[in-house]
Design a protein. Structure first.
Length: 642
C-alpha cells in the first residue's frame, strides 16, 4: 500500500511504470457497474473503471525491450471484401437497385439491401488463456510510456488472415512496427515492436486490424481497443500543478464510441439475422424497414448501450471520446444535454476542447467556439479530448450529424438514445484544472515535440495533392475506389517524399457523404493549415486551424482543399493513407507514400509460429532474425499486396 501522499503522484503513472510489475485488472470492467479502484478512496471515477489494463510484463535487464506481452485476436472467418460482390452479394442482378433508393423503376436487388456477402462474425481482442466467449469483453486498454520499448506477440486465433495497426501512434511504418503490409494467418503469430519515443506526446489512440480486404469485416465485428500514451513523471513535473491533477487517472474518463454492427455477445444487439442481413433490435431501421443492413445499429460506448460516469459537482475532469465508425463517411456528432430526451436544453456542464486525435491543443483549454456550444463533430476514427465540469446530471448523445434512412441523426431528440449518463455527486473540489491558472485565465501551453511543431508558420519544402474519388460509370456496381485516380497497389507508391522536409498536402474530396471520403494517414499527424478559401481557415468544426489530426475531413466540398503540413522526421520508408470508411479502404481506396533519404528500414517482418516466438528469450528480439540491411532508405517495396 502506498501512502496517501504517494498516491497523488502515482495516480498519474501507469501501474507498469510505478511498480515495475504486471498490473492487475482493476475490476470487472466489461458491462458491469463501475467500481472504485482497489485500495483507493476516491470520488467520481477514472479511466480504469471502464477498461482492463493490458498486463505488460517487465523484461529482464539485458533485454532489448522494457516490457513485453501477448495479445490475442479471436473471431470467425471474415469475408474478403471485393467490389461489387461484397456489397451486392452473389445473386447480384445487373440493374437492380437497393430497396432504400428504389423508386420502383428497377427490380430490387436479390439480397434486399446491401452487404450481400457480409459475414456476421464476431472479432475481438483478449488476453491469451481467456476462455470466455470471444467478444464478450472489451479489448484491454494498452498503456504505453514514452521512452519505453515494447514487444508484443500478436496471436491470431481467428479463422481469418489479419494484422495489428496502432492508429495514431507515432512509430515506424516498417519492419516490426506499424506496417499494415504484414499479415498473420490463423494459428500463427506476428511479433510487434513498439518503440515509444521519449518525446511522444501523451494522448489516446486505438488499435484495430488493418489487413487489406478484411479490415471492415474485422472492425465491424468488434476488433478495436484503446491505446493510451501516458505522461512520464519527469514531463508531468514540468506541468502546472492544476494540470498535473487534471491529468491523473482519477480525473480521466475514456469512452470508446462505436456502432453495434454485428450480433455481439457484449451488448446483445442485432441478434436476429435473416440470411446475411441483421435485423436490428434497436436503431432506426427496426421501425421503418423490415430488413436492415448491419450499419443501422445503434451507437454503443465501451461495448455497452449506456455508460454511467460519476463525477464530483464543480470538479474538472478529462473525458476523451474515441469514435469508431467502420463504415459511412457522413460524420458523427456528440452533444451534451440537460434532459434525457425531447429537450434541447443545454447541460449544466462546461465542456472545453483540450485536444484532437491524441494530440494536445496548442493551448488548453480552447475558449473560442464560433459554432454551437457543447456540440462536437467527429470523424469515424477521431478522438476528442475534453475538459468537462458539471453542476448537475447531464446526458450525452452521439449519432450521425444528420438523419439518413438508416440513422436517426442527432437532432431527433426523442429517438436518439443517451450513450453516456453523467451523474453528478457532492464531494471535495481539488485544484484539478485544464487551465494553468483558471482565475487569471492563463491557459496551459503543453510542450511540443519535434514532429508536432508549428509547420503552418514554416515554408513547405515539398507538396502533394491527395484526391480520393469514385471512378467508373454505369451504376454502383461499376464503382472504382481510387486515390489520385489509382486503386491500391502494394508495389508502387502514390508519392515519394524526402526525409526531414516540411510537407504540405492538399486534400481534395474529404467532405464525407455524399461529397467525399475522410482520409487517414499513418505515422505522422497532420497540422491543419488552411483551406482553398483561406490559408488561415479551419477545415471544419473539429478540424481546427493550427491543430494536429490524423483523419482529414473538410466541412464542405466547396472549401477544398484542406491543407495540412507535417515534417518527415525520424521515420523513412512507407506510410499508408486511406479512406477511413473501412469498406472503401478494403475495396482499394488506399495507397502508400515512400519517404527516402532517411534511416534504413527493415522489410515487413513475416509471421511465425507462436511457440517459436514464445520460446525466444523473454523480452529478447525473438523469432525472425533481423536482416542486416534495409534497402538503402528507399523504403520497403511491399510484399503485402492484397
Ligand atoms: Cu471513402
Amino acid at each position: 500500500m502506498y501512502s496517501a501522499a504517494c498516491l497523488l503522484v502515482l495516480a498519474a503513472l501507469s501501474a507498469h511504470e510505478a511498480n515495475g510489475q504486471a498490473p492487475v485488472a482493476k475490476n470487472e470492467a466489461n458491462g458491469q457497474a463501475p467500481l472504485a479502484r482497489k485500495g483507493k478512496k476516491k470520488q467520481g471515477q477514472g479511466a480504469n473503471v471502464f477498461h482492463v489494463d493490458f498486463p505488460w510484463q517487465k523484461a529482464s535487464k539485458d533485454s532489448d525491450f522494457d516490457f513485453y506481452g501477448e495479445l490475442e485476436m479471436c473471431g470467425g472467418e471474415a469475408t474478403k471484401a471485393v467490389w461489387p460482390e461484397y456489397w451486392y452479394g452473389p445473386d447480384y442482378v445487373d440493374g437492380c437497385v437497393d430497396i432504400l433508393s428504389n423508386d420502383g423503376s428497377a427490380p430490387d436487388c436479390p439480397n434486399g439491401y446491401r452487404y450481400g456477402l457480409s459475414s456476421q462474425e464476431t472479432f475481438a481482442y483478449r488476453l491469451p488463456g481467456d476462455t470466455s466467449e470471444c467478444g464478450s469483453k472489451n479489448a484491454p486498454l494498452i498503456r504505453l510510456i514514452p521512452g519505453k520499448k515494447y514487444k508484443i506477440i500478436f496471436i491470431n486465433s481467428t479463422k481469418s488472415v489479419t494484422n495489428l495497426h496502432t492508429h495514431g501512434l507515432h512509430i515506424d511504418g516498417n519492419g516490426y512496427a506499424d506496417d499494415a503490409f504484414r499479415q498473420v494467418n490463423p494459428g500463427m503469430c506476428l511479433e510487434y515492436h513498439w518503440d515509444i519515443l521519449e518525446n511522444h506526446m501523451s494522448g489516446l489512440h486505438w488499435y484495430h486490424p488493418h489487413k487489406h480486404h478484411y479490415t471492415y469485416e474485422t472492425v465491424k465485428g468488434g476488433a478495436y481497443g484503446l491505446l493510451l500514451v501516458e505522461e512520464t513523471k519527469e514531463r508531468l513535473k514540468t506541468y502546472p500543478k492544476s494540470v498535473q491533477k487534471w491529468l491523473d487517472d482519477d480525473h480521466q474518463v475514456l469512452l470508446h464510441l462505436g456502432k453495434a454492427l454485428n450480433p455481439s455477445p457484449l451488448v446483445g444487439l442485432g441478434t436476429k439475422c435473416i440470411g446475411n442481413i441483421v435485423q436490428c433490435t434497436s436503431g432506426r431501421a427496426e421501425n421503418n424497414f423490415p430488413l436492415c443492413s448491419p450499419e443501422v445499429c445503434r451507437p454503443i460506448v465501451n461495448g455497452k448501450i449506456l455508460e454511467t460516469v460519476t463525477i464530483v459537482k464543480g470538479e474538472w475532469y478529462r473525458i476523451i471520446f474515441a469514435n469508431v465508425i467502420p463504415n459511412g463517411t457522413g460524420g458523427d456528432a456528440i452533444k451534451f444535454f440537460a434532459k434525457e430526451s425531447g429537450s434541447t436544453e443545454k447541460s449544466s456542464c462546461e465542456v472545453l476542447i483540450a485536444g484532437y486525435d491524441g494530440v494536445y491543443r496548442t493551448e488548453i483549454p480552447r475558449t473560442n467556439y464560433p459554432e454551437e456550444v457543447d456540440y462536437f463533430e467527429s470523424a469515424g476514427a477521431s478522438r476528442l479530448d475534453l475538459a468537462v465540469r458539471c453542476t448537475e446530471d447531464a446526458f450525452v448523445k452521439a449519432e450521425t450529424k444528420i438523419a439518413t434512412p438508416w440513422d436517426w441523426g442527432l437532432d431527433d431528440l426523442d429517438n436518439v438514445g443517451v450513450v453516456v449518463n453523467i451523474k453528478v455527486v457532492e464531494g471535495m473540489i481539488s485544484e484539478a484544472s485544464p487551465w494553468e491558472n483558471e482565475e487569471n485565465e492563463v491557459k496551459w501551453v503543453p510542450p511540443r515535440p519535434d514532429y508536432l511543431q508549428n509547420f503552418c508558420e514554416m515554408t513547405p519544402e515539398e507538396y502533394w495533392t491527395v484526391f480520393p474519388s469514385l471512378g467508373g460509370t454505369g451504376g454502383n456496381q461499376n464503382n472504382e475506389f481510387l486515390i489520385n485516380g489509382l486503386p491500391w497497389n502494394g508495389e508502387v507508391p502514390l508519392h515519394t517524399m524526402t526525409y526531414d522536409k516540411v510537407q504540405e498536402w492538399g486534400f481534395i474530396g474529404t467532405a464525407g457523404h455524399p461529397d467525399g471520403h475522410p482520409m487517414h494517414t499513418h505515422v505522422w499527424h497532420q497540422q491543419i493549415c488552411g483551406t482553398g478559401v483561406s490559408r488561415t481557415d479551419s477545415c471544419g468544426l473539429m478540424m481546427e486551424y493550427g491543430q494536429f489530426i490524423d483523419n482529414v475531413k473538410i466541412n464542405v466540398a466547396s472549401n477544398d482543399p484542406c491543407y495540412t503540413r507535417f515534417k518527415t522526421v525520424r521515420f523513412s520508408g512507407k506510410i499508408i493513407l486511406h479512406c477511413h470508411d473501412l469498406m472503401h479502404e478494403d475495396v482499394d481506396m488506399m495507397g502508400w507514400v515512400d519517404t527516402v533519404g532517411g534511416p534504413e528500414n527493415l522489410p515487413p517482418q513475416p509471421e511465425g509460429s507462436c511457440d517459436a516466438m514464445r520460446n525466444a528469450p523473454k523480452g529478447k528480439k525473438g523469432a525472425g532474425k533481423k536482416p542486416k540491411t534495409g534497402n538503402g532508405g528507399k523504403g520497403t517495396k511491399g510484399k503485402g499486396k492484397g
